[in-house]
Design a protein around this ligand. Structure first.
Ligand SMILES: Cc1cc2nc3c(=O)[nH]c(=O)nc-3n(C[C@H](O)[C@H](O)[C@H](O)COP(=O)(O)OP(=O)(O)OC[C@H]3O[C@@H](n4cnc5c(N)ncnc54)[C@H](O)[C@@H]3O)c2cc1C
Length: 472
């Protein structure tokens, strides 16, 4: 059996998480291999929504433009109770240039990520399955199998399990995936509709039995119809079955035709606390899963990858010590808990049978303060690393709090996101109109702030983390 020893990082799984991680690493010159057991056949659409924070991440990777060119903006969630329309979530409240969810099917998004990977000289080794691995002091040895049954050992400095909900990597590490199934499955039909509902909104209705149906625009033509039903073991529906549920729960007169996919999503809420074991990491669905409500899962995974990528690069180059890698789990664990709680809340609201309780909640949601919080949360803009070990807690009046995400401000004739594309930290100063110094990490979060006369303390702080270059 052959052993190859040619990569710093072995990425297992080429879904959105693995592809984002591989792009982040290759863009920084880290020797990276990506394997996926899938032979490369066309995939069905799964996730269909990119949240604002994810679009910001893609912008820092220099590829948001190609997603925006193919996607369809969805600007809010309308909720209909007793025939009356309420604005559930108004995304114009988002504190981002992306005041919408970008509708774009996951399979098309993965094509765009693969395109970028290829531009960087990377490739997905399709049909290669991870069977097992062992780690030692200076690397990981992975056992893989090719489609013809050939087994091969592959040596890597680090291994990242981006291998989805049934993660083999998590399984070999033997770490718990704590949580439970929901008592419901979600029937999903990606289909055309004879209906004049506004195609820039998600529309949610409840039937007389208090059960919901949601219509989510995918593009100008296609909608995703999402209907939770009591658990049925993942059995896909027929079009007639979904039509009957739409007739019973929707406003009436909506005809489904030419469906592209009819699936049943068996839904669980689970997560792990073990984002790292030595030289092995978990990211994306391998680390957390939840209901499709709120369109969060793929976004969480992409942002896991953005968090881990620069840290691996930093440590592999020898520019930071190993404990930097521990901050991946201490930052992304709480982020996942926050997102899972938000998604679970949305599920509970959707499954609430009492229209009185739903109406009361909608009264509260109308308040601008609540609207803003909801918009920021769905967009994953409230994720922050304030208590991270690599955030300097020291605050300065008039400057944003360390650990928060830094908005895409204009800096020196360009934008912050453009400046971050170089891969290093960016220091924003008084000449950028900041009213002090703001040290921004490679993933766009604030590492530390200082008053105008105190730049030196930021340089000292950055050196303590590692002498990684400043982009600007
Ligand atoms: C029907 C459906 C609807 C969804 N809707 C939404 C939505 O609206 N919004 C949202 O944000 N999320 C949604 N999700 C969730 C979203 O699809 C996932 O969160 C996302 O795909 C996670 O990406 P990932 O890269 O972490 O894992 P995955 O996309 O699952 O990718 C894992 C990859 O690992 C590979 N792999 C697995 N085991 C091995 C192995 N042993 N060796 C090599 N390769 C391996 C697999 O072939 C796969 O390509 C939905 C999911 C489903 C199923």
């Amino acid at each position: 059996m052959n052993t190859t020893t040619d990569c710093d990082v072995l990425v297992v799984g080429a879904g959105p998480t693995g592809l984002t991680l591989a792009i982040t690493l290759l863009a920084r010159g880290v020797r990276t291999r990506v394997i996926d057991r899938d032979p490369g056949l066309p995939k069905l659409s799964r996730a269909i929504g990119f949240q604002a924070r994810t679009l910001e991440t893609l912008d820092m990777m220099g590829i948001a433009g190609r997603f925006l060119a193919r996607g369809h903006p969805v600007r809010g969630v309308s909720v209909y109770i007793g025939g009356r329309r309420h604005l559930g979530i108004d995304l114009s409240y988002c504190d981002s240039e992306y005041k919408f969810i970008l509708g774009l099917p996951q399979n098309k998004a993965e094509d765009l990520l693969r395109e970028r990977l290829a531009e960087l000289g990377g490739t997905v080794e399709s049909g290669i399955e991870l069977l097992d691995f062992e780690q030692g002091a200076d690397g990981v040895t992975a056992l893989t199998r090719s489609p013809d049954g050939t087994e091969q050992y592959l040596r890597a400095g680090y291994l990242v399990g981006c291998d989805g909900a049934h993660s083999k990597v998590r399984n070999v590490l033997d770490v718990p995936f704590v949580g439970q199934p929901y008592p419901w499955d979600w029937l999903l039909a990606d289909t055309e509709l004879d209906w004049d509902g506004a195609a820039d909104q998600v529309h949610t209705f409840w039937g007389v039995d208090g059960q919901p149906v949601a219509f989510i625009p995918i593009d100008e033509k296609l909608w995703r119809v999402s209907v939770p039903v009591p658990g049925r073991g993942g059995q896909p529906p027929t079009l007639e079955e979904v039509q009957a549920l739409v007739d019973a729960r929707g406003p009436g007169g909506i005809l489904l035709r030419n469906p592209e996919t009819l699936t049943c999503f068996r839904c669980q809420i689970r997560s792990t606390d073990a984002y790292r074991r030595g030289r092995v990491f978990l990211a994306g669905d391998a680390a957390h899963i939840h209901a499709p409500t709120g369109a969060q899962g793929m976004n969480l995974g992409i942002n896991d990858a953005a968090n881990l990528g620069w840290k691996l690069d930093h440590v592999i180059r020898g520019q930071a010590a190993d404990p930097l890698l521990d901050s991946y789990g201490s930052e992304r664990g709480p982020a996942a808990r926050q997102v899972l709680a938000f998604s679970d809340n949305m599920v509970r609201f959707a499954m609430e049978k009492s229209s009185l309780k739903r109406s009361t909640r909608m009264m509260l949601v109308r308040l601008p303060k609540v609207q803003r919080r909801m918009a920021q949360r769905i967009a994953q803009l409230t994720v922050s690393y304030e208590s991270s070990p690599i955030t300097r807690g020291h605050q300065v009046a008039g400057l944003p709090r360390p650990g928060q995400r830094m908005p895409n401000v204009v800096v020196r004739g360009g934008t912050l996101h453009e400046a971050l594309r170089g891969g290093g930290y960016v220091l924003l100063g008084p000449e950028d109109g900041m009213g002090g110094w703001i040290l921004v990490r490679p993933d766009g979060y604030i590492a530390a702030v200082a008053s105008t006369g105190d730049r030196r303390s930021l340089d000292d702080f950055r050196s303590a983390l590692g002498a990684y270059p400043l982009n600007a």
